[in-house]
Structures are given as structure tokens and as C-alpha cells.
Ligand binder design. Structure first.
Ligand code: GDP
Length: 533
């Protein structure tokens, strides 16, 4: 079962993560018992009819099922299959898989490409494969968005995607590509951990120092470098952002190794680069399903996480008539009177959003004992809250247990963990976070906190358009408390605002109808499914 289980309805049970992992394995079964796991035991037979474990062709047959249960079981727990991947996307994924295998770790091509990094001759050597190495960091939602962005960029530019093996990626996710690994081998020769924005290898720095020509001409001032470091973290600057310009893409095309550091979902800006637009339209005819398909293709939680997810789902969510996921992320700095992330206006915001939008029933002013039996309707809503704090879910449960609901529906509130503060370098902490992102993605209705990539990851996996709770500007509940999102796509928080063609700053949310400003981050960009204004 999942980390620290807090059953907030009636009783509170808690346990440490390792015990729960063990218990979860026991529930789901390991080894021989795993085979029984293929039998449906938590959903009705009719719910299984037509479920497609290959996710419309995103996944291929032939992976070992036992070592990574989530890959083919995801479809059982996700009812929303309205977004069908295009046949062109499937074709390109197969091509990318072949490339990953041909050029991946251990191959002749890989060894030759690594030699290039070690060699002082640099460009005089040739490589038959080009690489994109992503140095993963940040919180888990950010990581999923940055990996998906890097993968799409690799696919668009015919590069092999490799990830930093030291960031617990292997503990969190199964390998997505058949017959090869996406983890960079440990003998990678560069000291990439020491690269910073101001390193001479950084592309922004190279532009600033005119190593690769000036802003209008990206022709080589010197020889082609064997590698370039791309600094695309949220605090990047003007020259770093020129990565999103056509000329710069032309230049980078010939660099064998790109080493990328980012903590963002930069795909919306790829949609603004002319040479990628046609390809992106063919890959994603439904433009707002980019992350949805990529996340379902790339991310498969490892067995211990998946068993936790399934165990928790079966124990607390499966039997409810409806499930509502509420992701609560507090970005407020704590004041003296607001200890431990307890902000009463956020509680008010959650309840107002859920009740105004009819996602949860109103609470009657009568006591539980006074409610006539006739008004009880035998319906149960299971609310899954996720938060670093347990206060919000405790308060929501308290409200629903003290008084009946106006329509007699029973509301039960569950929260798998309350970690209190973010510890993104801690493996178990990240495993809990991933389990909760998946649990949120299994609910029928989703309320998320604006600005949070944790929520974006859950909505993308589920394919559900969430209600977004806005961040308060003045420590008071925003009005309205939430709004339905324009699309299920994540927001690119620190999108550039430089018009490369016009060579001046411009409003890039008004260039094409399918890239708009986000609901929750007014200066950010997100992809929507619009072809006209
Ligand atoms: P963001 O900061 O909201 O954009 O989301 P990230 O996922 O990138 O970073 C926040 C990190 O804080 C998560 O990855 C977790 O480590 C932790 N965290 C935040 N909210 C939750 C939560 O509801 N549950 C758990 N288990 N961890 C959380």
C-alpha cells in the first residue's frame, strides 16, 4: 500500500513508507503471485471490456510484464481513452525506438560519439548519431515535464535521449524504450554536474561571447564544438532563450552532443519555431494532447510504486460511485499566524470551488442525527487529496462528517501522505510523490492548484480537464475560486517573449491560435486545441 496512509474518514491509520511498500507487494503479489495480478479484481467485468493495454498503439508488445507491471496495467485504472494517438506519432515513436537502440549505451555508435568528447581533435571526427543528454533535477512534476519536453525535442531533431542516471530515475520509472537504456552510462566523460549558466560551454554564453556568430548570423566563428550546454532553467537569460529561435536550431542541428538542463515544459515554444510546426501538427493533430500521449508513452512507475498505487486505489477509491482528486499545493510563505502551511482562505477556496462547480455536494446545516433517512441516497464520493500538509483534508473531512450533505451523498476523504516539506533529493519522498500523481490521475474529476507542475503531470496522465484553483494575490480567496482549464496541456512558466523574426520582444501568446497564455500563469504559454482565433 502507499506511503503513510491516512484514512481520514472515521479513523486515521499511519505507517512508514518501507512497511507500506512491503505490504503493497503482499497485496499485489510478487513473483508467482504477480501472474494472478492479471486477473481483474477491483473493476467489474464490463469495465474491462475494450480496455487497450497498448494505449492505442503508444506501447508495443514484447516488454517483460513482470519486471514492470504498470506498463500494461495503466489502462485498467484509467478510464479516459478519448484521445487517440495519430498513426504518424506511432510511426515516429517506432523510428525513435529504433534510433535509441542503434545508438544507445554500449553500441559502436555510442562509443564513437563518446570518443569524440574525449578527443582533442573534436570536429574532425564523425559520428553517425547525435545525442541529447538531460541533466534531471527539481521536483517530480517538473522532472516529468522536462523529460517529456526533452524527448519531443530529441524526436524532432533525430537525437537519442539519455538521462542523468544519478537522479533516481531508475528507481522511479521503468525503461521506456525496448532493448536499450535511457540512462547515461556512468563512464560519461564530461563533468556535467559543474556546468552552469556562465560556463564557457553554455550556448547563451557562447552567443554572448560571439563564439558562434552574432545575433543575426549563427555561422561558425570557430569550429563546430563536439558539445554544447543548453541552460534552460526558469532563471535563464536573453541569450539562453535564443535556443527557441530558428537560426539557433539550424546551428545546433550539427552539434553531436547537446547537454540540456531545464526544469520546464518548453513544448509550447517548440510550436512557435517555423521548421517544427508542420511536423508537430502531423504528430499531434489534437494539439492539446502532446503531454498526455508522451507521458503515457514514457512514464511507467516501477513495481514498488505501482503496487502502492494499486493497493491504495483498491482499498479506498475503487468502490466509491465517484472519485474527486484535489491537489493542494501551497506556494504562500508562512506568516507568524499561519504555521505549517495552514491557510484558512485556501480551505475556503477548495470547498467553494468543489461546491460551486457541483463536484462535491453542499453541506446541510442539520446535524448528522437529524437527517431523515429518506434523504440518504447510498451514493459515496471518495475524495483523494494530496498535499504536503494534512490540515486541509482533515478539515474537509471534519466538515463532511459533522453535517450530512444536502443530497444525502456520503463523502469520504483520503490522503496518502503528508510529507510536510519538499525533499526532492530523497528517493522515498519522490516515490510517494509519484504514487500520488498516479492516484490523482485515476480519479473521475480533478481540482488542481494553479502554478503547480505536480497537478499538470496528473492531469496530463489522466486526460481530464481540471478545475484550476488560482493563486491568491492578497492572502484572500480569489474570485472565482477556480476555473475550468482551456486544455489538459501543462503551462510553460518562463516562456521567452522574444520574436526571433522581428528581432524584438512581442506577445508570443498572440502569434498563433494554438499557443496561448496560461490560465494560472499570465506570462506563461500553453498549447490549446484551437486552429482559429
Ligand atoms: P511543483 O513545485 O508544485 O511545480 O511540483 P513538483 O512536483 O515539481 O515539486 C514539488 C515537490 O514537493 C514534489 O515533487 C514532492 O516532492 C513535494 N510535494 C508537493 N506536493 C506534494 C503532495 O501533495 N504529495 C507529495 N507526496 N509530495 C508533494
Amino acid at each position: 500500500m502507499i506511503p503513510v496512509v491516512v484514512v481520514l474518514h472515521r479513523c486515521a491509520v499511519s505507517s512508514s513508507w518501507p512497511d507500506r511498500v512491503f505490504e503493497a507487494k503482499h497485496i499485489a503479489g510478487a513473483g508467482e503471485q504477480d501472474m494472478q495480478d492479471d486477473l481483474p479484481d477491483d473493476l467489474t467485468a464490463s469495465q474491462y471490456i475494450g480496455y487497450d493495454k497498448f494505449l492505442g498503439g503508444l506501447l508495443q508488445e514484447g516488454f517483460d510484464e513482470v519486471s514492470c507491471r504498470s506498463r500494461y496495467q495503466f489502462a485498467r485504472y484509467h478510464k479516459n481513452f478519448t484521445r487517440i494517438p495519430s498513426s504518424y506519432l506511432l510511426e515516429r515513436l517506432r523510428r525513435q525506438e529504433a534510433l535509441q537502440k542503434k545508438c544507445g549505451p554500449g553500441t559502436k555508435s555510442y562509443k564513437q560519439a563518446v570518443k569524440l568528447l574525449r578527443s582533442s581533435q573534436g570536429v574532425n571526427m564523425t559520428t553517425d548519431c547525435n545525442y541529447l543528454f538531460l541533466t534531471v533535477h527539481a521536483g517530480l512534476g517538473n522532472r516529468m515535464l522536462e523529460i517529456a519536453s526533452a524527448f519531443l525535442y530529441a524526436l524532432l531533431t533525430n537525437r537519442i535521449l539519455l538521462l542523468d542516471r544519478y537522479q533516481e530515475i531508475g528507481d522511479l520509472f521503468c525503461e521506456p524504450f525496448p532493448g536499450t537504456s535511457w540512462l547515461m552510462p556512468s563512464d560519461f566523460p564530461l563533468n556535467y554536474g559543474e556546468f552552469t549558466q556562465s560556463s564557457p560551454e553554455s550556448y547563451g554564453n557562447m552567443l554572448q561571447n560571439k563564439v558562434v556568430g552574432d545575433n543575426t548570423d549563427r555561422s561558425l566563428a570557430g569550429s563546430r564544438p563536439p558539445y554544447v550546454f543548453l541552460y534552460l532553467d526558469g532563471n535563464y537569460e536573453f541569450h539562453d532563450k535564443l535556443f527557441f529561435c530558428e537560426d539557433d536550431q539550424q546551428f545546433l542541428q550539427d552539434v553531436p552532443w547537446l547537454i540540456m538542463r531545464t526544469d520546464m515544459y518548453f513544448i509550447p515554444s517548440l510550436f512557435l519555431i517555423p521548421s517544427y510546426q508542420d511536423e508537430l501538427s502531423r504528430l499531434f493533430p489534437e494539439k492539446d494532447a502532446v503531454f498526455h500521449h508522451l507521458a503515457r508513452y514514457l512514464f511507467h512507475p516501477t513495481n514498488s510504486i505501482w503496487y502502492s498505487v494499486k493497493g491504495y486505489y483498491r482499498s479506498y477509491l475503487a468502490k466509491a460511485n465517484k472519485t474527486v482528486g484535489i491537489q493542494i499545493r501551497i506556494f504562500e510563505k508562512e506568516g507568524i499566524l499561519q504555521k505549517n502551511g495552514r491557510f484558512p482562505y485556501v480551505l475556503e477556496q477548495i470547498l467553494s470551488c468543489a461546491q460551486n462547480e457541483k463536484l462535491l455536494p453542499e453541506i446541510s446545516m442539520k446535524d448528522e442525527a437529524e437527517a431523515p433517512t429518506a434523504t440518504k441516497n447510498n451514493q459515496t464520493i471518495a475524495v483523494l487529496t494530496t498535499s504536503l500538509s494534512s490540515w486541509y483534508s482533515n478539515q474537509i473531512q471534519k466538515k463532511y462528517s459533522e453535517h450530512p450533505t444536502v443530497d444525502g451523498t456520503r463523502v469520504e476523504v483520503y490522503q496518502p501522505s503528508h510529507e510536510e516539506y519538499q525533499r526532492s533529493k530523497n528517493k522515498k519522498h519522490n516515490m510517494k510523490a509519484l504514487a500520488e500523481i498516479y492516484l490523482l490521475s485515476m480519479t473521475d474529476v480533478l481540482i488542481t492548484s494553479g502554478f503547480s507542475t505536480f497537478g499538470y503531470a496528473a492531469q496530463g496522465l489522466s486526460g481530464l480537464t481540471p478545475w484550476i484553483m488560482f493563486r491568491s494575490e492578497n492572502h484572500a480567496m480569489p474570485d472565482p475560486p477556480c476555473r475550468r482549464a482551456m486544455s489538459i496541456e501543462p503551462c510553460f512558466h518562463q516562456a521567452p517573449f522574444y520574436d526571433c523574426k522581428a528581432k524584438r520582444n512581442a506577445d508570443l501568446g498572440k502569434m498563433v491560435p494554438f499557443v496561448r497564455h496560461c490560465e494560472d500563469v499570465s506570462w506563461g504559454l500553453k498549447v490549446v486545441n484551437q486552429t482559429q482565433w
